[in-house]
Design a protein around this ligand. Structure first.
Ligand SMILES: *[C@@H]1O[C@H](CO)[C@@H](O)[C@H](O)[C@H]1NC(C)=O
Ligand SMILES: *[C@@H]1O[C@H](CO)[C@@H](O)[C@H](O)[C@H]1NC(C)=O
Ligand SMILES: *[C@@H]1O[C@H](CO)[C@@H](O)[C@H](O)[C@H]1NC(C)=O
Length: 481
Protein backbone atom coordinates (compact mmCIF):
# COMPACT_ATOMS: atom_id res chain seq x y z
CA UNK A 1 0.00 0.00 0.00
CA UNK A 2 2.44 2.73 -1.06
CA UNK A 3 -0.03 5.62 -1.19
CA UNK A 4 -1.55 4.99 2.13
CA UNK A 5 -0.85 7.10 5.06
CA UNK A 6 -0.46 5.31 8.18
CA UNK A 7 0.20 6.82 11.57
CA UNK A 8 1.80 10.09 10.46
CA UNK A 9 4.27 8.54 8.09
CA UNK A 10 3.62 8.69 4.38
CA UNK A 11 0.94 11.05 3.23
CA UNK A 12 -0.18 12.22 -0.18
CA UNK A 13 -2.18 15.40 -0.87
CA UNK A 14 -5.67 14.57 0.42
CA UNK A 15 -7.62 15.87 -2.68
CA UNK A 16 -5.77 13.82 -5.25
CA UNK A 17 -5.93 10.93 -2.89
CA UNK A 18 -9.69 11.30 -2.62
CA UNK A 19 -10.35 11.84 -6.30
CA UNK A 20 -8.26 8.98 -7.37
CA UNK A 21 -9.86 6.83 -4.72
CA UNK A 22 -13.37 7.80 -5.81
CA UNK A 23 -12.71 7.22 -9.50
CA UNK A 24 -11.11 3.96 -8.61
CA UNK A 25 -14.02 2.87 -6.44
CA UNK A 26 -16.66 3.81 -9.10
CA UNK A 27 -14.72 1.99 -11.78
CA UNK A 28 -14.50 -1.02 -9.54
CA UNK A 29 -18.19 -1.00 -8.80
CA UNK A 30 -19.16 -0.45 -12.44
CA UNK A 31 -16.97 -3.19 -13.76
CA UNK A 32 -17.95 -5.74 -11.15
CA UNK A 33 -20.18 -8.42 -12.80
CA UNK A 34 -22.75 -8.20 -10.00
CA UNK A 35 -23.29 -4.45 -10.36
CA UNK A 36 -23.87 -4.83 -14.09
CA UNK A 37 -26.71 -7.14 -13.22
CA UNK A 38 -28.22 -4.63 -10.76
CA UNK A 39 -27.84 -1.83 -13.26
CA UNK A 40 -29.55 -3.86 -15.98
CA UNK A 41 -32.33 -4.70 -13.56
CA UNK A 42 -32.70 -1.02 -12.69
CA UNK A 43 -33.06 -0.06 -16.34
CA UNK A 44 -35.68 -2.73 -16.85
CA UNK A 45 -37.74 -1.44 -13.95
CA UNK A 46 -37.46 2.13 -15.25
CA UNK A 47 -38.47 1.08 -18.76
CA UNK A 48 -41.46 -0.80 -17.39
CA UNK A 49 -42.50 2.19 -15.29
CA UNK A 50 -42.33 4.54 -18.30
CA UNK A 51 -44.28 2.05 -20.38
CA UNK A 52 -47.06 1.75 -17.80
CA UNK A 53 -47.11 5.48 -17.26
CA UNK A 54 -47.34 6.29 -20.97
CA UNK A 55 -49.92 3.60 -21.63
CA UNK A 56 -52.30 4.21 -18.75
CA UNK A 57 -51.68 7.65 -17.36
CA UNK A 58 -51.18 9.92 -20.37
CA UNK A 59 -53.63 12.84 -20.14
CA UNK A 60 -56.03 12.85 -23.15
CA UNK A 61 -58.14 15.67 -24.51
CA UNK A 62 -61.19 13.73 -23.24
CA UNK A 63 -60.13 13.86 -19.59
CA UNK A 64 -62.53 15.83 -17.44
CA UNK A 65 -61.53 17.98 -14.53
CA UNK A 66 -60.15 15.80 -11.72
CA UNK A 67 -62.99 16.75 -9.37
CA UNK A 68 -65.61 15.69 -11.96
CA UNK A 69 -63.77 12.46 -12.71
CA UNK A 70 -63.81 11.68 -9.02
CA UNK A 71 -67.56 12.27 -8.83
CA UNK A 72 -68.14 10.01 -11.80
CA UNK A 73 -65.95 7.41 -10.21
CA UNK A 74 -67.96 7.62 -7.02
CA UNK A 75 -71.23 7.40 -8.94
CA UNK A 76 -70.00 4.32 -10.78
CA UNK A 77 -68.84 2.57 -7.65
CA UNK A 78 -72.03 3.51 -5.82
CA UNK A 79 -73.93 0.96 -7.92
CA UNK A 80 -71.98 -1.72 -6.16
CA UNK A 81 -72.32 -0.01 -2.83
CA UNK A 82 -75.98 -0.08 -1.73
CA UNK A 83 -75.44 2.19 1.27
CA UNK A 84 -74.08 5.06 -0.77
CA UNK A 85 -77.33 6.50 -2.18
CA UNK A 86 -78.48 7.31 1.34
CA UNK A 87 -75.81 9.95 1.48
CA UNK A 88 -77.07 11.45 -1.79
CA UNK A 89 -80.63 10.55 -2.66
CA UNK A 90 -80.24 11.63 -6.30
CA UNK A 91 -77.44 9.32 -7.27
CA UNK A 92 -78.32 7.73 -10.59
CA UNK A 93 -81.99 7.90 -9.83
CA UNK A 94 -84.41 10.16 -11.70
CA UNK A 95 -84.81 13.61 -10.24
CA UNK A 96 -88.35 14.96 -10.42
CA UNK A 97 -88.60 18.73 -10.61
CA UNK A 98 -91.39 21.18 -11.32
CA UNK A 99 -91.82 22.36 -14.94
CA UNK A 100 -90.24 25.66 -15.92
CA UNK A 101 -92.51 28.70 -16.02
CA UNK A 102 -94.01 29.47 -19.43
CA UNK A 103 -92.09 32.09 -21.35
CA UNK A 104 -93.09 35.10 -23.39
CA UNK A 105 -95.29 33.79 -26.22
CA UNK A 106 -93.15 35.53 -28.83
CA UNK A 107 -90.23 33.29 -27.86
CA UNK A 108 -92.20 30.06 -28.08
CA UNK A 109 -92.35 27.49 -30.84
CA UNK A 110 -94.65 26.34 -32.34
CA UNK A 111 -96.19 29.79 -32.62
CA UNK A 112 -99.80 30.74 -32.05
CA UNK A 113 -101.28 30.32 -35.53
CA UNK A 114 -103.94 32.91 -34.86
CA UNK A 115 -101.35 35.68 -34.67
CA UNK A 116 -100.78 36.89 -38.20
CA UNK A 117 -97.20 37.39 -39.38
CA UNK A 118 -98.28 39.77 -42.11
CA UNK A 119 -101.36 40.54 -44.09
CA UNK A 120 -100.35 40.52 -47.75
CA UNK A 121 -102.67 41.10 -50.66
CA UNK A 122 -103.08 38.45 -53.33
CA UNK A 123 -104.39 39.15 -56.79
CA UNK A 124 -105.99 36.21 -58.60
CA UNK A 125 -105.71 36.39 -62.39
CA UNK A 126 -108.93 35.78 -64.34
CA UNK A 127 -109.11 32.70 -66.57
CA UNK A 128 -107.91 33.82 -70.02
CA UNK A 129 -110.60 33.43 -72.74
CA UNK A 130 -108.55 30.73 -74.52
CA UNK A 131 -108.48 28.73 -71.30
CA UNK A 132 -112.17 29.20 -70.66
CA UNK A 133 -112.79 27.65 -74.09
CA UNK A 134 -110.76 24.61 -73.05
CA UNK A 135 -112.63 24.22 -69.78
CA UNK A 136 -115.85 23.96 -71.78
CA UNK A 137 -114.64 20.61 -73.12
CA UNK A 138 -112.61 19.51 -70.07
CA UNK A 139 -114.98 19.19 -67.12
CA UNK A 140 -113.56 19.10 -63.60
CA UNK A 141 -112.70 15.55 -62.52
CA UNK A 142 -113.14 13.82 -59.25
CA UNK A 143 -109.63 12.62 -58.45
CA UNK A 144 -107.48 13.11 -55.34
CA UNK A 145 -105.55 15.78 -57.32
CA UNK A 146 -108.01 18.60 -56.82
CA UNK A 147 -106.00 20.62 -54.30
CA UNK A 148 -105.45 23.10 -57.18
CA UNK A 149 -109.23 23.52 -57.55
CA UNK A 150 -109.89 23.82 -53.82
CA UNK A 151 -107.18 26.43 -53.20
CA UNK A 152 -108.34 28.50 -56.21
CA UNK A 153 -111.99 28.28 -55.21
CA UNK A 154 -111.16 29.43 -51.68
CA UNK A 155 -109.44 32.53 -53.07
CA UNK A 156 -112.34 33.29 -55.43
CA UNK A 157 -115.16 32.61 -52.99
CA UNK A 158 -116.13 35.98 -51.43
CA UNK A 159 -117.49 34.23 -48.35
CA UNK A 160 -114.27 32.34 -47.55
CA UNK A 161 -111.87 33.57 -44.89
CA UNK A 162 -108.96 33.30 -47.35
CA UNK A 163 -110.72 35.68 -49.74
CA UNK A 164 -111.73 38.08 -47.02
CA UNK A 165 -108.31 38.13 -45.43
CA UNK A 166 -106.01 38.38 -48.42
CA UNK A 167 -107.59 38.79 -51.85
CA UNK A 168 -107.50 42.10 -53.65
CA UNK A 169 -109.24 42.88 -56.92
CA UNK A 170 -106.72 45.62 -57.68
CA UNK A 171 -103.47 44.08 -59.00
CA UNK A 172 -101.60 47.37 -58.43
CA UNK A 173 -101.75 46.91 -54.66
CA UNK A 174 -101.02 43.18 -54.68
CA UNK A 175 -97.97 41.62 -53.04
CA UNK A 176 -98.54 38.26 -54.70
CA UNK A 177 -100.21 37.03 -57.88
CA UNK A 178 -102.03 33.73 -58.12
CA UNK A 179 -102.04 31.94 -61.49
CA UNK A 180 -105.34 30.00 -61.86
CA UNK A 181 -103.46 27.02 -63.29
CA UNK A 182 -105.41 23.71 -63.32
CA UNK A 183 -102.94 21.42 -65.09
CA UNK A 184 -104.09 18.34 -63.16
CA UNK A 185 -107.65 18.91 -64.36
CA UNK A 186 -106.46 18.90 -67.97
CA UNK A 187 -104.21 15.86 -67.54
CA UNK A 188 -106.63 13.82 -65.43
CA UNK A 189 -109.33 14.34 -68.09
CA UNK A 190 -106.80 13.22 -70.69
CA UNK A 191 -105.72 10.10 -68.78
CA UNK A 192 -108.87 8.94 -67.04
CA UNK A 193 -111.75 10.14 -69.27
CA UNK A 194 -110.14 10.00 -72.71
CA UNK A 195 -107.90 7.08 -71.68
CA UNK A 196 -104.86 8.60 -73.43
CA UNK A 197 -101.32 7.49 -72.55
CA UNK A 198 -99.70 10.80 -73.54
CA UNK A 199 -100.45 14.32 -72.33
CA UNK A 200 -103.04 15.43 -74.94
CA UNK A 201 -100.82 18.36 -75.99
CA UNK A 202 -101.02 19.96 -72.57
CA UNK A 203 -98.13 22.34 -73.33
CA UNK A 204 -99.43 23.82 -76.58
CA UNK A 205 -103.10 23.70 -75.72
CA UNK A 206 -103.05 24.65 -72.04
CA UNK A 207 -99.77 25.78 -70.49
CA UNK A 208 -98.56 28.15 -73.21
CA UNK A 209 -101.88 29.99 -73.78
CA UNK A 210 -102.26 30.40 -70.00
CA UNK A 211 -98.75 31.75 -69.47
CA UNK A 212 -98.83 33.88 -72.61
CA UNK A 213 -101.87 35.71 -71.32
CA UNK A 214 -100.25 36.28 -67.92
CA UNK A 215 -96.81 37.27 -69.14
CA UNK A 216 -97.84 39.42 -72.08
CA UNK A 217 -101.21 40.94 -71.26
CA UNK A 218 -100.29 41.97 -67.72
CA UNK A 219 -97.16 43.88 -66.66
CA UNK A 220 -96.77 42.10 -63.29
CA UNK A 221 -94.82 38.99 -64.26
CA UNK A 222 -92.05 40.95 -65.95
CA UNK A 223 -91.76 43.31 -63.00
CA UNK A 224 -90.14 40.60 -60.84
CA UNK A 225 -89.51 37.87 -63.42
CA UNK A 226 -92.40 35.99 -61.82
CA UNK A 227 -90.91 35.74 -58.34
CA UNK A 228 -94.07 36.97 -56.64
CA UNK A 229 -96.34 34.63 -58.60
CA UNK A 230 -97.90 31.50 -57.13
CA UNK A 231 -99.34 28.36 -58.72
CA UNK A 232 -100.39 24.94 -57.47
CA UNK A 233 -99.00 21.57 -58.63
CA UNK A 234 -100.97 18.89 -56.82
CA UNK A 235 -99.62 15.70 -58.41
CA UNK A 236 -96.64 13.48 -57.51
CA UNK A 237 -94.23 14.86 -60.08
CA UNK A 238 -95.22 18.49 -59.50
CA UNK A 239 -94.30 20.56 -62.60
CA UNK A 240 -92.55 17.70 -64.41
CA UNK A 241 -95.60 16.81 -66.51
CA UNK A 242 -94.99 19.93 -68.62
CA UNK A 243 -92.23 20.15 -71.24
CA UNK A 244 -92.55 23.92 -71.31
CA UNK A 245 -92.23 24.30 -67.54
CA UNK A 246 -89.22 26.64 -67.81
CA UNK A 247 -91.57 29.52 -68.65
CA UNK A 248 -93.21 29.38 -65.23
CA UNK A 249 -90.41 27.97 -63.05
CA UNK A 250 -89.61 31.34 -61.50
CA UNK A 251 -92.96 31.19 -59.70
CA UNK A 252 -93.46 29.75 -56.21
CA UNK A 253 -95.16 26.37 -56.40
CA UNK A 254 -97.63 25.05 -53.90
CA UNK A 255 -96.94 21.30 -54.06
CA UNK A 256 -98.40 18.37 -52.20
CA UNK A 257 -95.04 16.57 -52.02
CA UNK A 258 -92.11 17.65 -49.84
CA UNK A 259 -88.94 15.64 -50.28
CA UNK A 260 -85.56 16.45 -48.71
CA UNK A 261 -83.69 13.66 -50.52
CA UNK A 262 -81.16 14.47 -53.21
CA UNK A 263 -82.85 12.20 -55.72
CA UNK A 264 -86.48 11.52 -54.95
CA UNK A 265 -89.12 10.13 -57.27
CA UNK A 266 -91.01 13.33 -56.67
CA UNK A 267 -88.29 15.47 -58.34
CA UNK A 268 -89.19 18.41 -56.13
CA UNK A 269 -86.07 18.29 -53.94
CA UNK A 270 -84.15 20.77 -56.07
CA UNK A 271 -86.87 23.38 -55.65
CA UNK A 272 -87.07 22.93 -51.91
CA UNK A 273 -86.76 26.61 -51.09
CA UNK A 274 -88.98 27.74 -53.96
CA UNK A 275 -91.89 25.47 -53.06
CA UNK A 276 -94.41 25.57 -50.26
CA UNK A 277 -95.65 22.14 -49.23
CA UNK A 278 -99.44 22.06 -48.87
CA UNK A 279 -101.85 19.27 -47.89
CA UNK A 280 -103.31 17.03 -50.54
CA UNK A 281 -106.98 16.61 -51.27
CA UNK A 282 -108.34 13.12 -50.61
CA UNK A 283 -111.21 11.16 -52.11
CA UNK A 284 -112.83 10.58 -48.72
CA UNK A 285 -112.69 14.15 -47.45
CA UNK A 286 -112.99 16.25 -50.58
CA UNK A 287 -114.98 14.09 -53.03
CA UNK A 288 -117.18 11.84 -50.90
CA UNK A 289 -117.06 14.68 -48.37
CA UNK A 290 -117.39 12.40 -45.39
CA UNK A 291 -118.04 14.45 -42.27
CA UNK A 292 -115.86 13.27 -39.36
CA UNK A 293 -118.19 14.95 -36.85
CA UNK A 294 -120.81 12.30 -37.65
CA UNK A 295 -118.50 9.75 -36.07
CA UNK A 296 -116.60 11.78 -33.50
CA UNK A 297 -117.47 14.00 -30.58
CA UNK A 298 -116.26 17.59 -30.46
CA UNK A 299 -113.18 16.45 -28.53
CA UNK A 300 -112.33 13.79 -31.09
CA UNK A 301 -113.51 10.66 -29.33
CA UNK A 302 -115.64 8.06 -31.14
CA UNK A 303 -119.38 8.65 -30.56
CA UNK A 304 -120.31 5.03 -29.90
CA UNK A 305 -117.23 2.95 -29.15
CA UNK A 306 -113.71 3.40 -27.87
CA UNK A 307 -110.55 3.67 -29.95
CA UNK A 308 -109.92 -0.05 -29.78
CA UNK A 309 -108.40 -0.61 -33.22
CA UNK A 310 -104.67 -0.30 -32.67
CA UNK A 311 -103.63 0.55 -36.22
CA UNK A 312 -105.38 1.16 -39.50
CA UNK A 313 -103.94 1.19 -42.99
CA UNK A 314 -105.82 1.50 -46.23
CA UNK A 315 -103.22 1.36 -48.97
CA UNK A 316 -101.74 -1.06 -51.46
CA UNK A 317 -99.26 -3.56 -50.03
CA UNK A 318 -99.88 -7.18 -51.01
CA UNK A 319 -97.79 -7.12 -54.18
CA UNK A 320 -94.85 -5.18 -52.73
CA UNK A 321 -91.45 -6.86 -52.36
CA UNK A 322 -88.76 -5.70 -49.89
CA UNK A 323 -86.42 -4.67 -52.73
CA UNK A 324 -89.02 -2.59 -54.57
CA UNK A 325 -88.47 1.09 -55.27
CA UNK A 326 -92.19 1.56 -54.66
CA UNK A 327 -92.50 2.52 -50.98
CA UNK A 328 -88.78 1.61 -50.66
CA UNK A 329 -90.09 -1.89 -49.88
CA UNK A 330 -91.62 -0.72 -46.58
CA UNK A 331 -95.13 -1.89 -47.43
CA UNK A 332 -93.94 -5.48 -47.90
CA UNK A 333 -93.58 -5.68 -44.11
CA UNK A 334 -97.35 -5.58 -43.78
CA UNK A 335 -98.16 -8.93 -45.35
CA UNK A 336 -95.00 -10.43 -43.87
CA UNK A 337 -96.53 -10.34 -40.41
CA UNK A 338 -98.03 -7.04 -39.31
CA UNK A 339 -101.37 -7.78 -40.97
CA UNK A 340 -101.77 -10.86 -38.79
CA UNK A 341 -102.01 -8.74 -35.65
CA UNK A 342 -105.69 -8.97 -34.70
CA UNK A 343 -105.90 -5.29 -33.79
CA UNK A 344 -104.49 -4.04 -37.08
CA UNK A 345 -107.07 -3.35 -39.74
CA UNK A 346 -107.40 -2.51 -43.38
CA UNK A 347 -111.18 -2.25 -43.28
CA UNK A 348 -110.59 1.39 -43.57
CA UNK A 349 -113.57 3.64 -43.77
CA UNK A 350 -115.69 2.57 -40.82
CA UNK A 351 -112.73 2.06 -38.56
CA UNK A 352 -111.08 5.46 -38.91
CA UNK A 353 -113.03 6.80 -35.99
CA UNK A 354 -112.05 3.86 -33.81
CA UNK A 355 -108.34 3.63 -34.66
CA UNK A 356 -105.55 4.87 -32.45
CA UNK A 357 -102.80 4.92 -35.05
CA UNK A 358 -102.90 5.18 -38.85
CA UNK A 359 -100.05 3.90 -40.98
CA UNK A 360 -98.67 6.32 -43.59
CA UNK A 361 -95.73 4.61 -45.30
CA UNK A 362 -94.26 6.22 -48.41
CA UNK A 363 -95.54 5.02 -51.78
CA UNK A 364 -94.25 6.33 -55.14
CA UNK A 365 -93.53 9.55 -53.29
CA UNK A 366 -92.89 10.13 -49.63
CA UNK A 367 -96.36 11.43 -48.91
CA UNK A 368 -99.57 9.48 -49.00
CA UNK A 369 -103.02 11.04 -49.17
CA UNK A 370 -104.24 8.72 -46.36
CA UNK A 371 -102.36 10.97 -43.98
CA UNK A 372 -104.95 13.73 -44.32
CA UNK A 373 -107.78 11.31 -43.67
CA UNK A 374 -106.14 10.07 -40.48
CA UNK A 375 -105.67 13.63 -39.34
CA UNK A 376 -109.29 14.58 -40.09
CA UNK A 377 -110.46 11.63 -37.98
CA UNK A 378 -108.10 12.23 -35.06
CA UNK A 379 -106.02 9.12 -35.83
CA UNK A 380 -102.36 9.62 -34.87
CA UNK A 381 -100.34 9.11 -38.08
CA UNK A 382 -97.35 6.77 -38.16
CA UNK A 383 -95.12 8.14 -40.91
CA UNK A 384 -92.47 5.93 -42.49
CA UNK A 385 -90.91 8.13 -45.15
CA UNK A 386 -87.31 9.17 -44.50
CA UNK A 387 -86.72 12.66 -45.87
CA UNK A 388 -90.33 13.77 -45.99
CA UNK A 389 -91.02 17.46 -45.55
CA UNK A 390 -94.52 17.85 -44.20
CA UNK A 391 -96.80 20.79 -44.89
CA UNK A 392 -95.97 24.01 -43.00
CA UNK A 393 -93.23 22.53 -40.84
CA UNK A 394 -92.01 26.04 -39.97
CA UNK A 395 -95.20 26.68 -38.05
CA UNK A 396 -96.54 23.29 -37.04
CA UNK A 397 -94.73 20.81 -34.79
CA UNK A 398 -95.46 17.52 -36.55
CA UNK A 399 -93.54 15.51 -33.97
CA UNK A 400 -96.03 16.47 -31.31
CA UNK A 401 -98.95 14.72 -33.02
CA UNK A 402 -97.42 12.02 -35.20
CA UNK A 403 -94.97 9.16 -34.87
CA UNK A 404 -92.07 8.96 -37.30
CA UNK A 405 -90.28 5.68 -37.79
CA UNK A 406 -87.14 5.31 -39.91
CA UNK A 407 -87.11 2.77 -42.73
CA UNK A 408 -84.35 0.84 -40.98
CA UNK A 409 -86.65 0.45 -37.95
CA UNK A 410 -89.84 -0.26 -39.91
CA UNK A 411 -89.74 -3.96 -39.08
CA UNK A 412 -89.86 -3.05 -35.37
CA UNK A 413 -92.92 -0.85 -35.83
CA UNK A 414 -95.18 -2.95 -33.63
CA UNK A 415 -92.72 -2.89 -30.73
CA UNK A 416 -92.12 0.84 -31.11
CA UNK A 417 -95.81 1.71 -31.15
CA UNK A 418 -96.80 -0.57 -28.29
CA UNK A 419 -94.08 0.90 -26.08
CA UNK A 420 -95.54 4.41 -26.36
CA UNK A 421 -97.15 5.10 -22.95
CA UNK A 422 -100.89 5.73 -22.91
CA UNK A 423 -100.31 9.22 -21.53
CA UNK A 424 -98.07 10.14 -24.45
CA UNK A 425 -100.52 8.71 -26.96
CA UNK A 426 -103.36 10.77 -25.45
CA UNK A 427 -101.20 13.89 -25.59
CA UNK A 428 -100.49 13.34 -29.27
CA UNK A 429 -104.14 12.68 -30.01
CA UNK A 430 -105.18 15.90 -28.30
CA UNK A 431 -102.61 18.06 -30.10
CA UNK A 432 -103.61 16.40 -33.37
CA UNK A 433 -107.22 17.31 -32.71
CA UNK A 434 -106.48 20.90 -31.66
CA UNK A 435 -103.60 21.86 -33.97
CA UNK A 436 -102.88 19.10 -36.50
CA UNK A 437 -106.31 19.38 -38.11
CA UNK A 438 -105.77 23.05 -38.85
CA UNK A 439 -103.31 22.05 -41.56
CA UNK A 440 -106.04 20.43 -43.67
CA UNK A 441 -107.01 22.04 -46.99
CA UNK A 442 -110.54 22.64 -45.76
CA UNK A 443 -109.28 24.40 -42.63
CA UNK A 444 -106.41 26.89 -42.41
CA UNK A 445 -104.29 25.96 -45.43
CA UNK A 446 -104.30 29.47 -46.92
CA UNK A 447 -103.46 31.11 -43.61
CA UNK A 448 -100.48 28.81 -43.27
CA UNK A 449 -99.39 29.39 -46.88
CA UNK A 450 -99.53 33.13 -46.21
CA UNK A 451 -97.31 32.73 -43.12
CA UNK A 452 -94.69 31.15 -45.36
CA UNK A 453 -95.09 33.96 -47.89
CA UNK A 454 -94.69 36.59 -45.14
CA UNK A 455 -91.34 35.12 -44.15
CA UNK A 456 -90.09 34.73 -47.71
CA UNK A 457 -91.04 38.24 -48.73
CA UNK A 458 -89.76 39.68 -45.42
CA UNK A 459 -93.16 41.14 -44.72
CA UNK A 460 -93.33 40.10 -41.09
CA UNK A 461 -95.30 42.57 -38.97
CA UNK A 462 -96.53 44.42 -42.10
CA UNK A 463 -99.97 45.26 -43.40
CA UNK A 464 -100.41 46.17 -47.02
CA UNK A 465 -101.93 49.42 -48.22
CA UNK A 466 -100.43 49.57 -51.67
CA UNK A 467 -97.63 47.51 -53.13
CA UNK A 468 -94.34 48.58 -51.53
CA UNK A 469 -96.18 50.58 -48.89
CA UNK A 470 -96.57 48.27 -45.94
CA UNK A 471 -98.05 49.62 -42.73
CA UNK A 472 -97.28 47.84 -39.48
CA UNK A 473 -99.93 45.36 -38.35
CA UNK A 474 -102.30 46.69 -35.72
CA UNK A 475 -104.05 44.68 -33.03
CA UNK A 476 -107.16 44.36 -35.21
CA UNK A 477 -105.14 42.87 -38.06
CA UNK A 478 -103.46 40.29 -35.91
CA UNK A 479 -105.98 37.46 -35.93
CA UNK A 480 -107.20 35.25 -38.71
CA UNK A 481 -110.58 36.31 -40.07
C1 LIG B 1 -93.22 39.70 -24.68
O1 LIG B 1 -92.39 40.20 -25.72
C2 LIG B 1 -92.95 41.32 -26.41
C3 LIG B 1 -92.02 41.65 -27.58
O2 LIG B 1 -90.69 41.68 -27.18
C4 LIG B 1 -93.10 42.47 -25.43
O3 LIG B 1 -93.68 43.58 -26.10
C5 LIG B 1 -94.02 42.03 -24.30
O4 LIG B 1 -94.12 43.05 -23.31
C6 LIG B 1 -93.48 40.76 -23.63
N1 LIG B 1 -94.48 40.29 -22.68
C7 LIG B 1 -94.15 39.93 -21.44
C8 LIG B 1 -95.26 39.42 -20.60
O5 LIG B 1 -93.01 40.02 -21.02
C1 LIG C 1 -92.43 40.49 -70.75
O1 LIG C 1 -91.20 40.04 -71.28
C2 LIG C 1 -91.34 39.18 -72.36
C3 LIG C 1 -89.97 38.68 -72.76
O2 LIG C 1 -89.04 39.70 -72.68
C4 LIG C 1 -92.04 39.90 -73.52
O3 LIG C 1 -92.22 39.02 -74.61
C5 LIG C 1 -93.38 40.37 -73.03
O4 LIG C 1 -94.03 41.12 -74.04
C6 LIG C 1 -93.24 41.22 -71.80
N1 LIG C 1 -94.55 41.52 -71.29
C7 LIG C 1 -94.98 42.75 -71.14
C8 LIG C 1 -96.37 42.91 -70.63
O5 LIG C 1 -94.29 43.71 -71.44
C1 LIG D 1 -86.60 33.81 -64.56
O1 LIG D 1 -85.66 34.60 -63.85
C2 LIG D 1 -84.44 34.81 -64.54
C3 LIG D 1 -83.47 35.59 -63.69
O2 LIG D 1 -83.97 35.90 -62.47
C4 LIG D 1 -84.69 35.53 -65.84
O3 LIG D 1 -83.48 35.67 -66.53
C5 LIG D 1 -85.67 34.73 -66.67
O4 LIG D 1 -86.01 35.46 -67.83
C6 LIG D 1 -86.93 34.48 -65.89
N1 LIG D 1 -87.83 33.63 -66.67
C7 LIG D 1 -89.04 34.01 -67.00
C8 LIG D 1 -89.82 33.06 -67.84
O5 LIG D 1 -89.49 35.08 -66.67
Amino acid sequence: MPNYYYKGQFRQHPETHNRRGLVHTIRRILLAPRSLKYLGGGFLVLWFYVLVRVTFFTPSPYDLEPELEKRLQRARSSKKNPTWPDKNPTALRPVLLDPLPSQNASREWPPNLDDMLCRPKIYVYPDPPAIQAIYATVPPMNTPYIAERILLEQLRDPSSSAHQSYVTLNPEEADFFYIPFLGARYLNHCWFTLGEKGDCGVDERYVLPMMKSIQQEFPYWNRTNGRDHLMTHPMDRASHYYQSRSIFENATFLTTVGDLRRIGSSVVGARRYQNIVVPSATALLDLVQVDPSKYLTSSGHPRQKRRDVFLVFGGRYRDVEPEDVYSAGIRSLLYKGFDQQPDYSDKYMKLLSRARYGLAPMAHTLSTTRLWEYIAFGVVPVIIADGIQEAFEDDVDWRSFSVRIRRKDAHRMDVILRSIPEEEYQQKREILWEVGRRVLLSRDAWHLIVRDLCRRARLEGKRTLRRDVHEPLTAQDMTIA
